[in-house]
Design a protein around this ligand. Structure first.
Ligand code: ATP
Length: 237
């Protein structure tokens, strides 16, 4: 019959084994974690980048596009255009890492924020609370201040305490864009961000993207509505 030997014992160490200097370890870990976080936000090299190399996409057994290559550096933007069903949303999903490329390579050396058709906001929460939930998961500090700033940028302050489910289509779209803005992620991946927006809100969106780029961010935008993004590359599918 096996004897119960109890939990395994730690091997004995020499009295001055440096591994026992516990006080050094948490500090070293804290510094390493902070370095890793900075690295992911801004990229390991300290730069923000997003690149596609000969990327092909297959969905439902059908090749949607192939040979797509582009390089985006800090301040750059690209607009993905093409008819319905050509694969614009699929390209954005590949950039986000949610869909594997059939061929080619995608590299992105920084944090990304993804805007899709769904707002991803909890419909039962007040708008400000729904935004704070996501902001608290970001690596950037001070979620409350980031949310307050985003609400102001999207002209949503008056709606902050309204449950998300009661927002109109355009207001909900602005709220979804506020989530992206509040994330302060260096790479924005926006799928049809102007859908449902009125003229004023489109202008706000354009200003927001411009400010993001001025701050060294990157924007990859799929849109069938015209958006003013000076100097943006066009990726026609
Ligand atoms: N999960 C899936 N499985 C199989 N096929 C899919 C899937 N999702 C999308 N597709 C197909 O992939 C094609 C491209 O879809 P996608 O949404 O990327 O196009 P799009 O260019 O963004 O279209 P739109 O302009 O209408 O938004 C479509 O024919 C669509 O039916």
């Amino acid at each position: 019959m096996d004897r119960d030997r109890g939990p395994p014992r730690r091997p004995r160490r020499a009295r001055h084994d440096p591994r026992d200097r516990a006080s050094f370890r948490p500090q070293r870990r804290r510094h390493a974690r902070a370095r890793r976080c900075r690295g992911r936000r801004r990229g390991r090299s300290g730069h923000v980048s997003l690149a596609f190399r000969d990327v092909a996409c297959v969905r439902g057994g059908r090749m949607l596009f192939s040979g797509v290559s582009f390089d985006l550096a800090p301040g750059d933007a690209a607009v993905v255009t093409g008819p319905n069903g050509i694969g614009k949303s699929s390209l954005i999903r590949i950039a986000a890492g949610l869909l594997p490329a059939f061929e080619g390579a995608v590299t992105c050396d920084a944090d990304k924020a993804l805007l899709t058709e769904a707002s991803a906001l909890d419909t039962d929460r007040a708008l400000v609370a729904a935004l704070r939930f996501w902001a608290s998961l970001d690596r950037a500090p001070d979620p409350d201040a980031r949310v307050a700033h985003a609400l102001q940028a999207l002209d949503l302050e008056a709606l902050a305490d309204i449950p998300v489910r009661l927002l109109s289509t355009g207001q909900r779209r602005r709220a979804a864009i506020a989530r992206i803005a509040a994330s302060e992620a260096p790479v924005w991946l926006l799928d049809e961000p102007a859908n449902g927006l009125d003229t004023h809100s489109v202008a706000r969106l354009e200003a927001l993207i411009a400010r993001h780029r001025t701050g060294g961010g990157i924007a990859l935008v799929a849109t069938h509505l015209p958006l003013s993004m000076p100097g943006a590359q066009e990726i026609g599918l």
